[in-house]
Every structure is written in structure tokens, then in C-alpha cells.
Design a protein around this ligand. Structure first.
Ligand code: FCB
Length: 406
């Protein structure tokens, strides 16, 4: 029997473009319409309309928090236009959460940008941070009184990687220099947003909130423990897991650490080349593990290793995403169970984990992979938009209610 502490946050996450539907003013929508992305988000889960029902379900699953993102392009559809109607919508979303006893964890940026922003140079532009700040200010001014947990930017490095380095996601660039600029501008945007958010809370005489990013993490281990693999492992760990967080930490702009964790990177550098050193993975199935339906390896012990490494910052840690896409709901429960065991083990080692947020509350639009991957605690029928709670969700609900993992 494993026990979680009192006041632990239990919930699930979504992001605007993946669930809301009809985000017609963002860059993803534009690329989808132009056929540059294979799949279209369309009505997604109709969560924009159905959120009260979805929150009823989250409450029925004994969640006490919920992570979601504000869609920047709804708030600022054109550079010189802010929509009060959409600001009010998100106010209603937050009050719907509060009415159900769900603590909102609010993300300001989750991969999508207004199309005008991307057209004007997007995150490559030095002025991007300032542009983001104008939007952030509107939102924080409007929502501050009801929000204690902010995530400024979701997975800045994943965004940089897919949008600017390998070019799968809008704006589909492949440039090391662009990626370098984007990474720096995202860091700057977080740092400035952190200061701005605190200033607004102080001005309003509100207790200070907790602000962080949701950082993508990966367990990184060697396949064959030779020197090159060990060096690569060390370098990748620094580059992917720590460098960005270090920078924000040194700037004094993290109140907690948001961690997204899914999988492992099994390092095997077999050829020369800087790309091989940083990206080549074992292709020989040397240490076979279960995989999710997208082929990502399942490696729960990696979460424990990472949590103990993140202890060095001496900050609370919130697991802002952890989840699996699978057609087999038994496998989903095994995945959750295994990762929760790692969390309890880390808590036992004095790591201050304050909550666990499963990705995702609902099946949803998985970016360039479309609707096929099923990550949800709740199944969505994309024809009828009917929701069906999965058995794994009920098992997790039991843990949320009792704080005990049997
Ligand atoms: C994370 C993203 C999230 C979702 C999951 C599966 O990297 O933050 O939007 O796509 O992966």
C-alpha cells in the first residue's frame, strides 16, 4: 500500500487546440487548411461548448485540479484586436472549475500562435516576447483573482524542435539558427511574463501565485555503456532536461517545476556526426520494453530518476503531464500505476512532488498525428461527441479519493 500526502493535486490536462475545436485564427488551423499538416483539428472534442460536462466528469473522477490552456488566437485574433468575449469565455471556464472544486492550472502558451503572429516572424523575432507579453497581461489582469498556478509556456524545447529544427509543425522551418533564436526568445518570454504576472498580483494585493513552465523531460540511458554513449547521454541530459530550466532558475523565475514525462531515450551512437551524437537512438531493441500506440517506450522508473535529479533545485515539482496513448485500457492503468509508484518512491526520498496531472482528460487531436492516438481517461466519439469514462479513469479516481495506491 502506497500513500500520497494530504493536499496532493490530482487532475488531468488538455490544451486549447487539441480539444476546443474551430480555432480558426491560429497558425495550426491555417497550416491544416492549406494542407501542410496531414490532419485537421476541425471541431476537435467540441470542448469549447462542452466544457461544463467535461468538468462534471473530472469532478466525478475525484480530481481536485485541472490543467488547460488559453488559446492566444481567440484572445487576440488580429494584432490590434483583443476579444472581450473570449476573455469572458475563459473567465467562465475558470469559474466552472472552481464551482466543482477543481483548482485551475492555467497554461498561456501550448504550441499554437495567432496566425498574424507567425506571419510577422513568430518566435524568431526579437519582439516576440513583447508581443506575447501584451496578451499575457490581458489574461492575467482578467483572471488573476481566481488563478494560483500558472504555466507560461508548454514544452519550449519540443516546440522549438518540431517547429524550427525538424520542421514538422508550423511554421515548418529547418534551421539551427532559427531554432537557437526561438529557444532564446521563449526563455525571455517566460522570464518577462514571470515578472509581469507577479507585478499584477502585487498591484491587485493578491497573494503571489506559483509560476513555472511545463518542461518536457526524458529518461536518457545508454544502450551499450561505451564511452561515446556515456558522453552523449550526459550531453543530452543537460541539453534536453536541464539547460533551459537552469536558465530560468538562475533568473529566479520558477516557483515550482512543471514536468511532462512520457518515455525514454535509449542512446546508441553508432556513426559520426553531431546529429547522431544528439539524436541517434538504439534501433536494435536491445532492452525491449512495452510501447504506446505511437511506439514510445514505456519506462516508469525513468520518472523516479528524473524526480530525484530535479530535487537539486529545492522547488516543489508538479507533474504537469504523464500519460499513454493506447487501444488497450489495461495497459493505460498499468502505465499510470507504474508511474505513480515512481512518484511515491521519490516522495519517500524527500522530493517535494505536489501533484500528478494525467495527459489527457479526453481523447484529442494529437497534432501532426491526428485523432488516432487515444490518450484520454475519457473516450471521445468524434462522430457524436459522446464521452465514455474508461475503466482506468475509475481506478485512478479511487487513488485520487483515498490517496492510496493499492
Ligand atoms: C506533449 C504535449 C501535449 C500532447 C502530449 C502527448 O508533448 O504537451 O500537447 O501532445 O505530448
Amino acid at each position: 500500500m502506497l500513500k500520497f500526502p494530504q493536499g496532493f493535486l490530482w487532475g488531468a490536462a488538455t490544451s486549447s487546440h487539441q480539444v476546443e475545436g474551430d480555432n480558426v485564427y491560429n497558425d495550426w488551423w491555417k497550416f491544416e487548411q492549406e494542407g501542410k499538416i496531414k490532419y485537421s483539428s476541425g471541431a476537435a472534442c467540441r470542448h469549447y461548448q462542452l466544457y461544463p460536462d467535461d468538468f462534471d466528469l473530472a469532478k466525478s473522477l475525484n480530481h481536485n485540479c485541472h490543467r488547460f490552456s488559453i488559446e492566444w488566437s481567440r484572445i487576440q485574433p488580429q494584432e490590434n484586436e483583443f476579444s472581450q468575449k473570449e476573455i469572458n469565455h475563459y473567465k467562465e471556464v475558470i469559474s466552472a472549475l472552481r464551482q466543482r472544486g477543481l483548482e485551475p492550472v492555467v497554461t498561456l502558451h501550448h504550441f499554437t500562435n495567432p496566425a498574424w503572429f507567425t506571419q510577422s516572424g513568430g518566435w524568431e523575432n526579437r519582439k516576440s516576447a513583447k508581443q506575447f507579453l501584451a496578451y499575457a497581461e490581458k489574461i492575467v489582469e482578467a483572471l488573476a483573482a481566481d488563478v494560483r498556478y500558472w504555466v507560461t509556456i508548454n514544452e519550449p524545447l519540443i516546440y522549438t524542435h518540431f517547429s524550427y529544427l525538424i520542421g514538422d509543425w508550423p511554421p515548418q522551418k529547418k534551421s539551427l539558427l532559427a531554432a537557437y533564436r526561438v529557444r532564446n526568445n521563449l526563455a525571455r518570454a517566460h522570464i518577462l511574463a514571470y515578472r509581469l504576472i507577479r507585478k499584477i498580483y502585487l498591484k491587485k494585493n493578491l497573494p503571489l501565485p506559483l509560476i513555472s513552465i511545463a518542461s518536457h523531460t526524458q529518461a536518457i540511458t545508454t544502450c551499450r555503456p561505451n564511452l561515446i554513449n556515456k558522453l552523449s547521454c550526459f550531453a543530452r541530459d543537460q541539453l534536453y532536461n536541464f539547460a533551459f530550466v537552469d536558465k530560468l532558475f538562475r533568473a529566479g523565475t520558477l516557483d515550482y517545476i512543471g514536468i511532462n514525462y512520457y518515455s525514454r531515450n535509449l542512446v546508441d551512437v553508432k556513426e559520426w556526426g553531431i546529429d547522431k551524437f544528439f539524436f541517434q537512438a538504439c534501433g536494435d531493441n536491445c532492452d525491449p520494453r512495452e510501447r504506446n500506440s505511437l511506439g514510445w517506450e514505456i519506462y516508469p522508473e525513468g520518472l523516479y530518476d528524473l524526480l530525484t535529479k530535479f530535487k537539486k533545485y529545492n522547488l516543489p515539482i508538479l507533474i504537469t503531464e504523464n500519460g499513454i496513448c493506447t487501444e488497450d485500457d489495461h495497459q493505460r492503468w498499468r502505465y499510470i500505476q507504474g508511474h505513480l509508484e515512481s512518484v511515491v518512491k521519490a516522495l519517500g526520498r524527500g522530493v517535494k512532488v505536489i501533484g500528478y496531472i494525467y495527459w489527457s482528460l479526453l481523447d484529442n487531436f494529437e497534432w501532426d498525428k491526428g485523432f488516432r492516438p487515444r490518450f484520454g481517461l475519457i473516450e471521445v466519439d468524434y462522430q457524436t461527441f459522446e464521452r465514455k469514462v474508461r475503466p482506468s479513469a475509475l481506478k485512478l479516481a479511487q487513488v485520487c479519493r483515498t490517496s492510496i495506491l493499492e
